[in-house]
Design a protein around this ligand. Structure first.
Ligand SMILES: [Zn+2]
Ligand SMILES: [Zn+2]
Length: 348
């Protein structure tokens, strides 16, 4: 079969590799669309090689068709041809976090698509049956590939504990920030303010704001003025109930902390590449809970339901590319000229 194999930094090759075979409790899948994400980009740029040294098949955000269920898979919904989204965590089920139900912190976690287990950028791949979520017929394969990143956003919005009629600030309008925006709107959060330095990304979120009935005036450029002051003005001097840092840079962290009202929450969902200098007194005096949100845990079903009811439109931020253009896609992500690229693995 063909697979996009990352051999070293910026050395991604589309090559022939042996077909995987499903073992007991596993499922053989044919990936359809596979997203390129920030963690893939770190691998592509040569980071994280201390974690994985061998060549790996990339792709942890993907939809797929079931080819064949392995021995002992008795779920009748997992039948040949079924379209599925894959929750790409191989968890152990027996460590403390797994036993407590927080499997996103499994001590023995292996990520499908970021490990030698294989990945979604290949003609075939094998995962455990329990990692497979069968999609309703109304969903497309492109939507299916977005269930994973949208689940990251859904988890962080749940952690933000903001609901109907509330106010929120999203820092950074990359794919996770956009998905968080859509998720907040879907939950009836009335005012969602977005801060994003890129004009292209502000335009993308502005269009989605129109689609979802939100105000385009609530999109701020942090380079143009004081985000904290602007947020206070937009919230009657109060500050927002919750802020979500999907940017992962120090100014965004401080803006989130300063713009959140006393008793509110600031959720960090970004992957920070550098430490942030932070005075604990800022949270102490501001009365803000700082809450990290890592990946997702039991979020896929709600996101699939939300996809089916139109909560997460793909307009203007999702674009398919052929498998052969995967390396060019990473280069575009590095330049910041694309939002979410989905590799059309089968060229459908
Ligand atoms: Zn990802
Ligand atoms: Zn575990």
């Amino acid at each position: 079969m063909r697979a996009a194999v990352l051999h070293d930094a910026r050395d991604l090759r589309i090559e022939e590799v042996p077909d995987p075979v499903p073992g007991a409790g596993e499922v053989l899948l044919r990936p359809r669309f596979t997203g390129l994400c920030g963690s893939d980009l770190h691998f592509w740029e040569g980071g994280l090689r201390e974690v994985v040294r061998d060549p790996i098949i990339l792709g942890h955000e993907f939809s797929a068709e079931v080819v064949e269920a392995g021995p002992g898979v008795d779920d009748p919904a997992i039948r040949p041809g079924a379209l599925v989204a894959v929750e790409p965590m191989w968890t152990c089920g027996v460590c403390g976090p797994c036993r407590r139900g927080t499997y996103n912190f499994c001590r023995n976690m292996v990520w499908h698509g970021l490990s030698p287990k294989g990945g979604g950028m290949s003609d075939l791949t094998v995962v455990r049956a329990s990692m497979v979520h069968v999609l309703p017929e109304s969903l497309t394969a492109m939507q299916g590939a977005l269930v994973e990143p949208v689940s990251v956003a859904h988890h962080c919005v749940t952690r933000a504990q903001v609901g109907p009629g509330g106010t929120a600030l999203v820092l950074g309008a990359g794919p996770i920030g956009i998905a968080a925006y859509l998720d907040l709107r879907a939950r009836g959060v009335e005012r969602v303010i977005v801060s994003e330095p890129s004009a292209e990304r502000r335009a993308a979120i502005g269009k989605l704001a129109e689609l979802t009935g939100g105000g385009a005036d609530l999109v701020l450029d942090p380079a143009a003025g004081d985000v904290v002051a602007a947020v206070r003005e937009l919230t009657g001097g109060e500050g927002v109930d919750a802020s979500i840092d999907a940017a992962g840079v120090e100014p965004a962290f401080h803006a989130g902390l300063g713009a959140t009202r006393p008793g509110g929450r600031m959720v960090t969902v970004a992957v920070y590449m550098k430490p942030v200098a932070f005075h604990p007194m800022a949270a102490f005096l501001g009365g803000v809970d700082i809450v990290p949100s890592c990946a997702y845990c039991n979020d896929f079903p709600a996101v699939i339901d939300g996809m089916a009811t139109g909560s997460y439109p793909l307009d203007g931020w999702v674009r398919p590319i052929p498998l052969e253009q995967t390396a060019a896609g990473f280069a575009a992500l590095e330049r910041g000229t694309e939002l979410k690229l989905l590799v059309d693995v089968q060229g459908s």
